[in-house]
Every structure is written in structure tokens, then in C-alpha cells.
Design a protein around this ligand. Structure first.
Ligand code: GLN
Length: 279
């Protein structure tokens, strides 16, 4: 597994940034990207070249998501400016630090346009911190020095709890049954997803329209979260329960874990199929 670059914001002047890279399609860069896609994933991948996936690139493991989309033959572009939203067919909000992503997304004027685009049907996939950003409610939001709670972009009718799996298990892996991957066309569609959790949230409550795609089985779930889950409901929390870690609602997909760091491509493939209207 590669190690995700969570702590350091990406430089703001990468050669790949800017509207030119997302909108233009010079034959040189097309050829370069196609070669990368082919070498990473075999000859079958160019079928997604018409799909442009933006990756919100204010902080977090942006590169890993770009690499995963490109390995599937899709085009991936970093998004840092509101003007760049016009060129994308779908958006990934990466793992990282949800408080930082929240602040920078608002500072860069991306939060409001994104809410409008989500309401209008833009497909968005959030992993880990990205799941927190897509959630309507955070059970335990962080507050800044003035006491203002962190905000979300929202769209998923659910409650998430940050860092929920506890200090003892800041990072762990589990094999998950994941609904909806069988149709990816891969023979491995039904295989369990090896999920890597890094200070991950879990979903505490979902609304009617939110479909649960994967849960960490009770036997692999720690007994209590670090920030109140145990104290508030000590008796209810004595027995471990399964925890929701992947959801879908319409155009929105979210996972508590990071398929982008393990070489697991089926979740991104599902997202591309959502963008194409095939799932
Ligand atoms: N704990 C982080 C947060 O609350 C999320 C961690 C991650 O994205 N791996 O934002």
C-alpha cells in the first residue's frame, strides 16, 4: 500500500492544474495519458476516456484518486477553482482532514457552487474525510478557536461520527462485502473489498433514501468510539455492532475507507458507471 499524503497540502502550481488541463485535449497529452492507463490496467481501459472526473485538490490524497481513475482509463483533473467545476462530469472528495478541506473549500469559493451542482445531480464520491464533507450532519464536529463548528457540503441524509473507530484502531484493515460491485464487469466483482481505515468515520444513522453498501462486521468493530459513543450509551455499546462504512444515495457515493490506496479499483469503477448513468 502506498502511503497517502494527508498532512501536506499539495502545491498549488502543479503542471497539471488549471482549466487548460481539464478542458483542453491536445493530442500529446491524450497520448501520454492513454499510455499510462494502458500500462497500469491492461488494454481494456480506454473506454472511459470520455469521462472527466475532477478531484477536489485543496488537501488530502488527491494523487491516489487521480491515479486510480487514470488506471481505469478515465481522465482525472484536479479542481481548485470554481471555474474548473464546469469541465467535469463527476467529482471525488478525497481523504485527508475534513476540517481543513471544509475551510479551504469555503475560502476558495467552491462550497456553494458544489452544493448547487450536487442538488442538480452532479455525481460525487467522497472517501473518508470526503464522506464527512458529503454528510448532512456530523455527530461530533470540530470547532475552531471562535467556537464555530466545522461545516459540510452535505447532500447525504445521514449522521457521521469522525474518528469513530477509536484511538486503539486509528488505522486498520478489514474485508468487506460491498453491494453493487458485481456489475462492474469484473470476475472479481463479488470478492470482498479489502478496506483500509485511517482515522475513519462511521455512519451512525441514515435517512430513508440512503442505501447501505458495506458495513464492518460486529466482530471486527471496536466496542466504543473515542468521542462519546461509549459514554453516551454505555450499555448499548457493550456489545459490538456492525458499522456502516459505505453508502449511496442517488448521485452520491461515500466510503469511510480508502480504496485509492490499496489498488482496489472497483469502487472507482462503480463511480464511473454512476457518472455514465450505467449504475
Ligand atoms: N479523521 C479525518 C477527519 O475527520 C478523516 C481521516 C481520513 O480522511 N483518512 O477529517
Amino acid at each position: 500500500m502506498t502511503s497517502p499524503s494527508f498532512s501536506a497540502p499539495l502545491p498549488t502550481s502543479e503542471p497539471t492544474s488549471g482549466p487548460a488541463s481539464s478542458a483542453a485535449s491536445s493530442s500529446d497529452s491524450e497520448a501520454g495519458e492513454a499510455t499510462r492507463a494502458t500500462s497500469a490496467a491492461g488494454a481494456t481501459t480506454s473506454r472511459h476516456r470520455d469521462v472527466v472526473v475532477g478531484v477536489l485538490a485543496v488537501q488530502g490524497d488527491v494523487r491516489e484518486h487521480i491515479a486510480t481513475i487514470e488506471s481505469l482509463g478515465g481522465r482525472a483533473v484536479p479542481v481548485r477553482r470554481p471555474s474548473e467545476l464546469a469541465a467535469i462530469d463527476g467529482l471525488i472528495i478525497p481523504g485527508g482532514e475534513s476540517t481543513t478541506i471544509d475551510k479551504l473549500t469555503r475560502t476558495f469559493g467552491l462550497a456553494e457552487p458544489l452544493r448547487d451542482l450536487i442538488a442538480g445531480g452532479l455525481p460525487v464520491y467522497g472517501s473518508c474525510a470526503g464522506m464527512i464533507l458529503l454528510s448532512d450532519v456530523i455527530a461530533d464536529p470540530s470547532t475552531d478557536r471562535l467556537g464555530n463548528p466545522q461545516q459540510t457540503i452535505g447532500g447525504l441524509d445521514m449522521v457521521v461520527r469522525r474518528n469513530a473507530f477509536g484511538r486503539q484502531r486509528e488505522s486498520f484493515e478489514a474485508d468487506l462485502a460491498f453491494r453493487g460491485l458485481a456489475a462492474t464487469g469484473s470476475v472479481a466483482g463479488e470478492d470482498p473489498v479489502r478496506a483500509v481505515f485511517i482515522r475513519a468515520p462511521w455512519v451512525e444513522k441514515v435517512g430513508d433514501g440512503v442505501q447501505v453498501l458495506a458495513q464492518v462486521p460486529a466482530a471486527e468493530t471496536p466496542q466504543a468510539g473515542p468521542s462519546g459513543a461509549g459514554e453516551q450509551g454505555a450499555e448499548a455499546e457493550l456489545a459490538p455492532v456492525a458499522r456502516i462504512v459505505a453508502v449511496r444515495s442517488g448521485n452520491l457515493l461515500a466510503t469511510s475507507f480508502h480504496p485509492e490506496v490499496t489498488g482496489e479499483r472497483r469502487v472507482h469503477e462503480l463511480f464511473i458507471r454512476m457518472i455514465r448513468g450505467e449504475a
